[in-house]
Design a protein around this ligand. Sequence first.
Ligand SMILES: Cc1cc2nc3c(=O)[nH]c(=O)nc-3n(C[C@H](O)[C@H](O)[C@H](O)COP(=O)(O)OP(=O)(O)OC[C@H]3O[C@@H](n4cnc5c(N)ncnc54)[C@H](O)[C@@H]3O)c2cc1C
Length: 434
Amino acid sequence: MVTLIVGCGVFGLSTALELVREGHFVHIIDKYEPPSPWSAANDFNKIVRCEYNDPIHLKLAIEALYAWRSDPIYQKSFSECGRILVTPLSHQNRIKFEMQGVEMLKSVGEGGKYEIFKGGDLLGKKFPFLKDNSVASNQEVKYNPESGLGVSMQTLKDVYNYLKNHPNVICTFGDSGDVIGIKKYSDGSSGVITKSGYVHSASNILICAGANTGSILTLENQQSATGLYVTHIQLSNNEYNYYKDIPIIYDAELGYFFPPDSKTKIMKVCLSGVRVKRTVTDPFDKNQDVSLPRFHNNYPKDTIPKDSISTLRELLKKYVPELADHKFIGSKICWIGDREGSNFLIDQVPGYNNCYIATGDSGHAFKFFPIIGRYIIQRVQGKLDEELASIWKWKSKTNTEMFDGSNASWRVTKSGTLDITKVDFLIENEISKL
Ligand SMILES: Cc1cc2nc3c(=O)[nH]c(=O)nc-3n(C[C@H](O)[C@H](O)[C@H](O)COP(=O)(O)OP(=O)(O)OC[C@H]3O[C@@H](n4cnc5c(N)ncnc54)[C@H](O)[C@@H]3O)c2cc1C
């Protein structure tokens, strides 16, 4: 029995690794060999945190954190660098959301090292590399030393390297791995049609194509591709040595940045409240609009909005003023698959006997990389816990207004989600290879 997995990002590779560890056979296919430029995780780093305000995700996040710390494949790309959270007092919904997360964490005996204090002076005393910050004296600051980061492109590589050398694994990339649709056979089973014309079949098929899943089959308005903006600055050797041990700094209003990458000395900087969509007609339902991604490797001019530069500079100036004037490089849109309630979509595809789907990452799935495959397999085997099966269930929403993931009350957004055709992008002189 072979499982065919379409998409070698977080959900696909996690499931493949778990299946192989259980002794099964897998065929993994993707347009690109991992790390794919289309994967939302093909990036320097992602936050691994456990603060969730619902018990289901809280439990999963704690399970994932322990796996990051202990699993020999995943622990290599994990760093428990801590995270500082600053949310302006004007964003009460977000503050409430964050406090619920902290309280939930404590209620299950975790988060014992959590610190909450006030003001930029104390922040600078605790973290000398932030001594020049201009955080207000009445600003609440949260610090969790037990948060961390995954060096995400490295995690994709580490899991893939293990799989590609394993005798139970077949890999197909390029046009024969680029899936454009699903073929239904007369017995109700399915195969996947690729750009090369080749149709792959297997005992079970699992589609894990992230934000791009809607270009393979209709998701019946359950998922919307949302673009998030990422940019970088290059640190000098001295700057790297000074800032290499900073925690992740997350300012809910302005954006967030990470400790610099140890190989390149590049620091990743992200906008937190600005999102983009790309509205098109659903390729499989002409009555429904849907947002589908336009990937940076195909559209290198999709960088960051010109009018966001001042926000990014403000962010750096507030915490690390010495770095505020650095040139932004390698700016790009990174696409996630948003779903209502930020719940994943992990279920059987209606109408097919052997076709399953795992998508709807909603921008928070990377942290679950070491464990999510286990749950996806449980769904395929019909053994998934009822509560999880219910929140991850296929729930058709056709012929309604296009779903927009930016409406959650705790999100600090500057405006609604702008369509990509309306964005005035920064022109970068050098198109970075990042
Ligand atoms: C800017 C940004 C910041 C984020 N920060 C965090 C964070 O701090 N913490 C966190 O937990 N998560 C974070 N995420 C979210 C995380 O990266 C995603 O949740 C995760 O990568 C989703 O996994 P996936 O497997 O669903 O999709 P992806 O990782 O995107 O993988 C999809 C795969 O499918 C392949 N594919 C697509 N179309 C096709 C096709 N037609 N045929 C074949 N293959 C195809 C792609 O090449 C890719 O390899 C962030 C995402 C972004 C964009």
